[in-house]
Design a protein around this ligand. Sequence first.
Ligand code: PLP
Length: 255
Amino acid sequence: MRPTVLCFSGLDPSGGAGLQADIEAIGQSGAHAAIACTALTVQNSQQVFGFTATPKDLLLAQANAVVQDLPITCVKSGMLGTTDNIAALAVFLREHPNYLYVLDPVLVANSGGSLGNQETLVKAFVELIPLATLITPNTVELRALTGEQDLEQAAQKLFAMGAQAVLVKGGHEDTPDFIRNALYIKGELISASQCPRLDGEYHGSGCSLASYIAGRLALGDDLKVAVHHAEVWLFGALTSAETPVPNGQKIPKRF
Ligand code: PLP
């Protein structure tokens, strides 16, 4: 069986973000996706209306059930919803120190809707940061996690908090013509990639990128290679993204 990524992620009924994005991206990467569902959200491509988080015992029961019979080599987390779920994931990761782990520190949806209490989530993420092989914050999340406004200082603060590698995603920066991502490993800038900025907003682009990276890591890629593969693949999925309604965010066409 293909190497498996176990995703801790929430259900987005629009199919743009969350666990569906993870399943599609990981499938495209060549690996298999398993899901421990962290929350049921109520949203469409334009707005988050609310969510109910999975109780932590049920979340861990899902994860522990698949650990017994799937060849999991990597864990990926997206929306975790509550500090209880973050603490439960930290326990799970400490029980499985051999798993690679991609932490996408989701705080709010791209549409601006709440996916948890930002202040308490930020504090709880501190426990997950040293456990991650790679952290993939956008610049809003990076600033919120570190309290630093300057991006270089913020990245270095994340390393001071125990990070091993960080991919800073530049989509929220004021660069009208391009998006620049920067990959740091052990505090050192390893590579910076730049792609043209596409028009519009995209629902689930961050989930898709982090999951594709996790899939490639599960298959044995080196981190820098996995990130490069994922960026190239995501650009294609965004170029052919579909617009559900004129005001809706575009949904990446992942296959
Ligand atoms: N996870 C869930 C369940 C979501 O609903 C969202 C956004 O709506 C996200 C994660 C983050 O999505 P993005 O990849 O757009 O940052």
